[in-house]
Structures are given as structure tokens and as C-alpha cells.
Write a protein that binds this ligand. Structure first.
Ligand SMILES: [Ca+2]
Length: 134
């Protein structure tokens, strides 16, 4: 085996490992989100784009805030990460994306993040608050 081929195989293995590690980290983070907020399981927010920009691994404002808060969801519940005038917890309770300023409680047009999850671009009513009250 040539030295070039060995380097190519090592580089390919390293890239495959990083993809697998990143995918596992994303799944683990989503599990943490629905463990903290069980009402989100299976909803439009049970997707990578709740914390990531449309092109992971880039984080959206909510994901960045969560990371900056040392991965403590409770610490950022009262913060309005995407500056759309709704606190993160209010957005989670309303099933709107806390990292997307175009998606907020009330009647809305599906946002880019929502589009990536559902493919829906029509006007949709806000879903009722289904999260448990604490
Ligand atoms: Ca929002």
C-alpha cells in the first residue's frame, strides 16, 4: 500500500468518525431536550433545528445560549435568545422555535427551520400550549 493510499484511508476514517460522533452528539442533545420538556417529544421542535441552524453543526441563537449556559436548559428559559420578544420557555410551550425570530407564538407562517422539518410553507395557526406547567 502506498503512503498516499494509507493517508487517504486514515483521513477517510477520521472524517467518518467525526460525522458519527457529531450525529451521536446531536441525538444525545435532542434526547436531553425532550427529557427536560417531555411535551416536545414527537412535535415540530423534536428536530435538530431547534438548536441548530439549517446547516448543522452551526448553532442558532437558542443553541448558542444553551451552550453558553453550560447546557442548562433551565438557565435560559427566561431569555429571549432569538429576540422575537418571547422568552425561550414561552416559545417551547407554544411549540415555536426559540432560535428562529421568524417563528413565534401566535398565527404565523412556517419559518425556514419549520420548513426544513415539515416542508410546509402555508399559514398555520399556533398550536395550543401542550407543555406541562411547573
Ligand atoms: Ca422564535
Amino acid at each position: 500500500m502506498s503512503r498516499f493510499a494509507a493517508c487517504l484511508i486514515a483521513a477517510t476514517a477520521a472524517v467518518a468518525f467525526l460525522f458519527a460522533w457529531s450525529a451521536e452528539a446531536n441525538l444525545r442533545n435532542r434526547r436531553e431536550l425532550v427529557t427536560r420538556y417531555p411535551a416536545l417529544k414527537g412535535t415540530r421542535l423534536d428536530v435538530c433545528t431547534t438548536c441548530h441552524a439549517v446547516a448543522p453543526p452551526q448553532l442558532n441563537p437558542y443553541g448558542t445560549a444553551w451552550k453558553d449556559a453550560r447546557y442548562d436548559f433551565a438557565a435560559i428559559e427566561k431569555v429571549d435568545s432569538d429576540r422575537d420578544s418571547f422568552a425561550n420557555r414561552a416559545e417551547l410551550d407554544s411549540l415555536t422555535f426559540p432560535g428562529d425570530p421568524k417563528d413565534r407564538p401566535g398565527p404565523r407562517r412556517a419559518s425556514a427551520a419549520a420548513d426544513s422539518a415539515t416542508g410546509d410553507t402555508t399559514l398555520v395557526p399556533a398550536k395550543p400550549d401542550t407543555a406541562r406547567k411547573r
